[in-house]
Design a binder for this molecule. Structure first.
Ligand SMILES: NC(=O)c1ccc[n+]([C@@H]2O[C@H](COP(=O)([O-])OP(=O)(O)OC[C@H]3O[C@@H](n4cnc5c(N)ncnc54)[C@H](O)[C@@H]3O)[C@@H](O)[C@H]2O)c1
Length: 270
């Protein structure tokens, strides 16, 4: 029986090396837009697409983290471009998306990643809080897609990837509005896949299990992490690069007949 440490940097590094070994020639020079790309899984997505030679544009509310990421990717084939934008302001988001489309010269791939998993209990939810949570976790994914799909149609195709979550499948505590949104994300994917399929636009959901990001480490104690690992079939902690690996495949031409579905990366968490 192998021994596993939960936050094992060597294991993380090994995963990074292994997963980044896959090259997708079809992603080179592709115009990729990522929402919430400054930190966590989004940061991993920006880095992964940039390392494939794609042109990446991303929006986020964290200007400093975004600037650090762009600096770190200074050697990339195309330097990623950043726009400061709160995705829950859908009008502003439309302008930012159009700005990125213009700057990149189009959009081939949209990754709807931004979200916020603040905890709440039933009696504390006001109508305004409901709107704000649905806005940051669901609504912008629809409107970001609406903003870029005409360009994809004009280009003869494209890919939209929506980040879902395992949470509502498990029915976790104190996350009702987040989980309602994430259930909606799967409906959004299936709807858009049907509507945009005739234009060769593929739409899929990626469902992460628990990924060891900085923010997640706020919620989980080592005991909590151990519980997650115990419930997974595979005994390790998922890293952003593991989610990025699935995103790269789904965005590439290798996945040309993959659409309208959910793709899980969760270590077999039940
Ligand atoms: N980490 C996990 O374990 C996990 C599990 C299941 C699903 N997911 C999903 O994966 C995606 C990424 O999650 P993560 O863990 O990296 O989250 P995170 O909170 O670490 O990062 C989210 C990013 O989105 C940005 N963001 C948040 N609100 C924003 C707003 N209003 N406007 C613009 N940007 C905003 C943040 O600044 C941050 O850069 C999310 O859709 C999340 O629901 C994550």
């Amino acid at each position: 029986m192998p021994h596993h440490t939960l936050a094992d940097p060597a294991a993380g590094q090994a995963a990074q090396t292994r997963l980044m070994a896959a090259r997708y020639p079809s992603l080179r020079d592709k115009r990729v837009i990522v929402t919430g790309g400054a930190s966590g899984i989004g940061e991993g997505l920006v880095e992964a697409f940039a390392s494939q030679g794609a042109q990446v544009g991303f929006v986020d509310i964290q200007a400093e983290a975004a600037a650090g990421l762009v600096l770190r990717l200074g050697e990339a084939h195309h330097l990623p471009v950043f726009r400061l934008q709160d995705v829950s302001d859908v009008e502003g988001l439309g302008v930012a998306m159009q700005g990125l489309v213009d700057e990149l010269g189009g959009c081939d791939v949209l990754v709807n990643n931004a979200a916020s998993d603040d905890r709440h209990v039933l009696e504390d939810v006001t109508p305004a809080y409901w709107d704000e949570r649905i806005s940051v976790n669901l609504k912008h994914k629809f409107f970001a897609s609406q903003a870029v799909w005409p360009d994809m149609k004009a280009n003869g195709g494209g890919v939209i990837l929506n980040l879902g979550s395992i949470s509502w499948h498990l029915g976790l505590d104190e996350l009702a509005l987040y989980q309602i949104s994430k259930a909606g994300v799967e409906g959004l994917t299936r709807s858009l896949a049907r509507e945009l399929g005739p234009y060769n636009i593929r739409v899929n959901t990626i469902i992460p299990g628990n990924v060891q990001t900085e923010r997640q480490m706020r919620w989980y104690t080592p005991e909590g992490e151990a519980e997650i690992v115990a419930a997974q079939c595979l005994k390790g902690r998922l890293q952003p690069v593991d989610i990025a690996a699935m995103a790269l495949f789904l965005a590439s031409d290798d996945a040309r007949f993959c659409t309208g579905h959910e793709y899980w990366v969760d270590g077999g968490w039940r």
